[in-house]
Design a protein around this ligand. Structure first.
Ligand code: DX5
Ligand code: ZN
Length: 230
């Protein structure tokens, strides 16, 4: 660890609670419980790309109007080129679509940036990341799924860590500012290994909303990630 690493600012770590684990009929109250988060992570599922259904533009527009923190939208949907721009237009700070579902990922990322959102691309646990190396600068965030997308409360898959380390090394080599996000099974007992592998942006659903004090859970996750970050 170098001196500059030791003084890495806390803002280099982002903790994004997933509202999939919130109470859907008390969303306003649950959003108010995560005021110390960096972003609210919003899981949009279409029952085609993943075998589960959540909510769409209309609901996310209300969440956007109500959330104390910016939105980090994670689209687990087919045909993202059709739908993703709408989430950027309603004001989501970050919109992430799946590489497996996109026909022209770079063109879609450019469209999202043109609207003013951060552009993210996500990969499922079995999807290689090498095809992203030459286009890293086209994205603001790469999401390495640490569970199979579709449901909250699943167990973290440590076998995804080598892929994250590869991306992290490649981003450093290229001097890229891309954020590396992990999503699925992130808790006090798994966040350290994800930070060590190079993640800087952490989604946590059950670990935050399942806690008695969500802001305390966010602080604990942030502190552990900080201690294990590069
Ligand atoms: C899973 C979703 C995740 C989920 C994480 O498909 O993308 O964001 O909400 O939930 P936990 O943290 O409970 O694994
Ligand atoms: Zn997610």
């Amino acid at each position: 660890m170098t001196l500059s690493d030791a003084f890495r600012p806390a803002s280099d770590i982002r903790i994004n609670p997933s509202i999939l684990a919130a109470d859907f009929v008390n969303m306003q109250a649950d959003l108010a419980r995560i005021g110390t988060a960096d972003f609210a992570h919003v899981d949009v599922m279409d029952n085609h790309f993943v075998p589960n259904l959540t909510f769409g533009l209309q609901m996310v527009e209300r969440v956007q109007a109500t959330s104390p923190v910016p939105l980090d939208v994670h689209l687990m949907i087919d045909d993202p080129a059709r739908w993703a721009p709408g989430y950027a237009e309603l004001g989501a700070a970050s919109v992430t679509f799946h590489l497996e579902a996109a026909t022209e990922p770079v063109a879609l990322a450019r469209a999202l940036r043109a609207i003013g959102a951060r552009a993210g691309v996500a990969v499922k646990p079995g999807t290689p990341v090498e095809s992203l190396f030459d286009v890293l600068d086209e994205f603001d965030q790469i999401l390495v799924m640490t569970v199979e997308p579709g449901f909250g409360g699943q167990s973290f898959m440590p076998e995804t860590m080598p892929k994250l380390a590869l991306l992290s090394a490649e981003a450093r080599r290229r001097g890229s500012a891309v954020w590396l996000q992990v999503d699925g099974g992130i808790s006090e007992s798994t966040i350290a290994q994800a930070a060590e592998a190079g993640a800087d942006t952490f989604v946590a659903g059950s670990a935050v909303f399942g806690a008695h004090d969500p802001d305390a859970a966010i602080a604990a996750l942030r502190s552990t990630a900080q201690q294990h970050a590069h």
